[in-house]
Design a binder for this molecule. Sequence first.
Ligand code: SF4
Length: 549
Amino acid sequence: MTATTDAPVRAARPRRKKGEGQWALGYREPLNGNEQIKKDDDALNVRARIETIYAHRGFDSIDKQDLRGRFRWWGLYTQRKPGIDGGKTATLEPEELEDSYFMLRVRIDGGQLTVAQLRTIAEISTEFGRDTADLTDRQNVQYHWIRVEDMPEIWSRLEAVGLSTQEACGDCPRVILGSPVAGIAEDEILDGTWAVEEIERTYIGSPAFSNLPRKFKTAISGHPSHDVVPQINDIAFTGVVHPDHGPGFDLLVGGGLSTNPMLAKRLGAWVPLEEVPEVWAGIAGVFRDYGYRRLRTRARIKFLIADWGPEKFRDVLENEYLKRKLVDGPEAPAPATPGDHVGVHRQNDGRYYVGVAPTVGRVTGTILSRLADVVEAHGSDRIRTTAQQKLLVLDVEQEQVEPLVAALAELGLEARPSAWRQNTMACTGIEFCKLAIVDTKDRAQWLIAEMERRIPELDVPITVNLNGCPNSCARIQVADIGLKGQLVTHEGEQVEGFQVHLGGALGLTAGFGRKLRAHKVTAAGLADYVEGIVRTYLDQRADGETFAA
Ligand code: SF4
């Protein structure tokens, strides 16, 4: 019905907006269980209880709010009980799904390791983690089968070599990604290592940032290859040269994947190296105070950026937190694809670094221990992890390069891997993750071997990323072929399979893959499917046409 001029018109009453739980607007009362746990006790305090109580009395003594809430702030999650199939993930209670063993994440800020640190990581794996050690796509190492009884000894060994699990998970600043070639790349714009270390020293473990609305992921790289995937971090500093001020960083905020993927937005500011920690703390403060705490699904900083826009965000940052204006700056040019540094490359001092590709980041403590021996025997003391589940050995003299490449290959660490091995990633999956619906790591290893046999001639990088559930730990939306684990119907039966996302990318052509309703594939049919679409691309591509295009 259309209103006429003589009909009584009732003025529309403005709808009262429901609070989003923003502290800065006065919503200090917890609006959900997670916020309550964080308010009841600073999550970092759980370490003292682990050391004085739980490690002595065992798994069954652990308070449930500590177990499923605060333990994460020290890098600990319960892992999935073996043998529970993916169809039960959504229906079982947490206590039915969780094992009495833990996944433990070690943060490696900037991905920088010495041989002594690598040996310690390896020893902990073999002694306490049943020889498990996965390299994550955030430069961490992740163990499984860890017992709470062993945590005091594990922390003692890690901290003796300068490593930590503090804030490796939880609603806090996670590991800080840093360029794996910081300080050594010939084409580096500037070295961000000081900023990575300063933020870690000053703010990680600080009560100022131990209760954020959700996780807060940082990336800092002065390398032009976007090797820390800045477009999908909560905050990213990316190297760029300002025409008047020289090398510094382009500032991006609000990237993230999962169920509402968004690319980070530029704030249009240029930040010199020495100001990075202050600006980082300002942005973490905006997130802490204005971030949404009512719904967990809207609590990442990307939702605040989406609602405010980068201009308002920058205004609040400058006026309320920094109390000064930032310098306007140019956009950091994006590369065709993010760099993974695999292969043999010259350093800026004339020596070389060698990047290798462990298959989908899966190694063992035994392999890492032998890697430490190999690295040392070839005259290096520096190893780096990458945001693509790879490893680099730095500072190699020219005459040692080929012997090192051969020794690494014997460990299954290939410096000249096939395009399939180099560009396939997988998340933890059903083997250990309580949220998983399907297997990922073993399946990805099988898929790589199949594809190396079926299309050995692949001459372009096609990224294949496998996730075990709708979360995006392995970045499915930005892969050429993104595979989201789910159950699919096949001949009337529910079987493990994947929803396919096609044509996602990071870098110059960044965008999310298309999710076509019909593109679902059973796990058993995965190799046939990948072979089919890649062969079609290879047969039909125009000169220089990428898979994503
Ligand atoms: Fe677990 Fe899902 Fe993340 Fe994979 S994507 S590690 S299954 S939460």
